[in-house]
Design a protein around this ligand. Structure first.
Ligand SMILES: [Zn+2]
Length: 324
């Protein structure tokens, strides 16, 4: 008997959903509005409708659907199946999403942190396929992450393991949005590296990026990447620093969970080799010389599909282990 899994990636604007088989092949995928402006009940109804649509449109036998996996923004609790109070889902406060969806569909359901789900997706079906120990950094507006160790997702006592963006890479350094000073995110996220460039410009340092600031435009990470490529000294410094601290984070993770692979995901990977090469170079310089146990550092391969594929994969794992 074939087994299929519904994957749902709950975002602030859209719900991405799909049906995936037990070998992680995507049978169908689509995206619908989250509908948060209509309240939490409507969001739950939209998730249930998306799950039903995925099953119906894939044309599979309902009894072969062995689970539903949902990736939700945090704060949330996997153990309690609870969406606690995500910043991008105003009003979704203490919603027992796992049980609501399980009840409405009649299918066992699991709820996972969206960053963990995406890492699980790469582990199951993407750049981490075939390894048991994987660390993923998602480089977007912020820096997210996920850690898989010995084939299991690391969650931790408070369920906040894998918050890799708040790894302290420079104690006393730049202030992060979380209140800590010197987080990885404060240097290596798209948002903060652009702010870093703006600050240098405000100090009077010359840069081609000043034209954006002078026009009153918000400087973006892609502007910094492009200027760095073109040889702009300030942009190069900011970009180099972002890569340097990612390498620092890789060395820390090497000694914490000893991954076979580290996967970089998110919008910043559009920079290509300009991202990977300096990270690999700095990693070599920074890591210990005692043993040669550094991870391969690679790009993720699933793009925006990692979330729903990973959520389906979490259901696949739950069905195997019986731990929903
Ligand atoms: Zn932080």
């Amino acid at each position: 008997m074939a087994a299929y899994f519904v994957g749902v990636d709950l975002g602030g604007t859209n719900i991405k959903a799909g049906l995936v088989d037990e070998d992680a092949n995507v049978k169908i995928k689509f995206s619908v509005p989250t509908g948060i402006e209509e309240g939490p009940d409507k969001v739950v109804a939209n998730i249930v409708a998306a799950a039903e649509r995925a099953i119906a449109e894939a044309g599979v036998d309902r009894k072969d659907v062995a689970g539903v996996g949902i990736g939700s923004p945090g704060p949330m609790s996997h153990r309690q199946g609870l969406v606690i109070n995500p910043g991008n889902l105003p009003g979704m406060k203490n919603v027992p999403l796992r049980d609501l969806v399980a009840k409405a569909t009649g299918i066992p359901t699991t709820l996972e942190n969206d960053a963990n789900a995406a890492a699980w997706g790469e582990f199951w079906a993407g750049a981490g396929k075939g390894v048991q120990d994987l660390v993923m950094f998602t480089l977007g507006t912020g820096v997210g992450g996920g850690v898989i160790t010995e084939g299991k997702l690391l969650r931790g006592y408070f369920e906040n393991a894998g918050e890799l963006g708040h790894m302290l890479v420079q104690p006393g350094g730049r202030l992060c949005s979380c209140g800590q000073k010197g987080c990885l995110e404060a240097y290596s996220s798209a948002y903060f590296l652009a702010r870093r460039a703006e600050e240098f410009i405000a100090e009077g340092r010359p840069s081609s990026l000043k034209t954006y600031v002078d026009r009153g435009e918000m400087l973006m990470a892609e502007h910094v990447v492009a200027a760095s490529r073109a040889g702009d000294e300030l942009a190069r410094q900011v970009w180099d620093e972002a890569c340097y601290f990612l390498a620092v984070a890789c060395v820390i993770m090497q000694h914490v969970s000893n991954p076979q692979r580290v996967v970089m995901a998110g919008g910043l990977i559009a920079a290509g080799d300009a991202l990977l090469q300096p990270i690999r170079k700095y990693f070599k310089e920074l890591t210990w010389k005692l043993l040669d146990d550094g991870p391969e550092i690679l790009f993720a391969t699933l793009g925006n599909d990692a979330g729903f594929i990973g959520a389906a994969g979490c259901a696949w794992q739950a069905a195997r282990t019986g731990e929903w």
